[in-house]
Write a protein that binds this ligand. Sequence first.
Ligand SMILES: Cc1cc2nc3c(=O)[nH]c(=O)nc-3n(C[C@H](O)[C@H](O)[C@H](O)COP(=O)(O)OP(=O)(O)OC[C@H]3O[C@@H](n4cnc5c(N)ncnc54)[C@H](O)[C@@H]3O)c2cc1C
Length: 285
Amino acid sequence: MKPAPFRYHAPKTVAEAVETLAEVASDDGRVLAGGQSLVPIMAFRLARPRHLVDINGVEALRRLAVDGDWLSIGACVRHAAFHKPVVDGPLGRLLATVVRHIAHYPIRTRGTFCGSIAHADPASEWCLVAAALGAEIVARSADAMRTIAAREFFQGVMTTALAENELLTEVRLPILPADTRFGFYEFNRRAGDFALAMALITYRMRDGVISEPRVAVGGVEAQPRRIAPAEQALAGRPAAGATFEAAATALAAAVDPLDDAATSAHYRRDLACTVTRRALERAAA
Ligand SMILES: Cc1cc2nc3c(=O)[nH]c(=O)nc-3n(C[C@H](O)[C@H](O)[C@H](O)COP(=O)(O)OP(=O)(O)OC[C@H]3O[C@@H](n4cnc5c(N)ncnc54)[C@H](O)[C@@H]3O)c2cc1C
């Protein structure tokens, strides 16, 4: 099947993009970034936008740079940009570890980091990273700019705080201190598929015990989020098997798993426990 007819707009600047969006958003106008989620659903006619605002010609949105304590990722930065560490230290290594779990190579050369954030699939790896690390999401409309914290941005399955006339221009991730340890573990049925469950952990060690733990899961609930009881089970404890088991068990008790025909909530809760324990083991290795 071919997509339903639409009008194509190709702005060259951010100002042009948001002005075009202001005109067409209420007439089912959508941003086109890498097209790796939008185009397939258009081809199935599950989405029939009447206007596409293609941001690929906006040079300023290709920016990927460190601004003080933040890594700034522009709206046209592709997944593949992260195959090699983009910054020294744990953040660059973390992103290079996670990116290999996103789809397949050709998709990673087109799909964008910010497109994944805007699309907000519960099983998106970048959404998990944003939730775990406390990303800041920058949104612009024709007359305003605002910064949204990741915990407020993700509001449900493919539902975000972004208004229909807003362009997500960049996502900022905090640069992690050099001694930050991280562990990522994802389970899916075939390589390249969306995760059925995944966990991302970061923490530091202080005087032989865990400090500043972050524990987040994705693919389990309607949106990725940090799980406080699991973090409490880690803080101030040694990085050892019994601690990890307690944190994973606390996490499994705290989540409200999605339930669908292929994967029951009961199974997802078990998976959440397993991926968390394995991510913790990887962080400690
Ligand atoms: C076979 C296959 C497997 C995949 N597997 C995975 C996977 O394992 N993990 C994963 O995370 N993803 C996966 N994806 C999705 C892929 O990562 C997409 O690239 C990503 O979800 C969306 O990014 P995009 O740049 O392609 O966005 P698009 O498809 O262009 O847009 C997606 C949605 O976000 C909106 N949007 C995009 N950018 C902006 C912006 N800057 N401002 C406002 N709105 C915006 C669009 O209007 C649209 O509604 C897979 C895709 C395919 C086809």
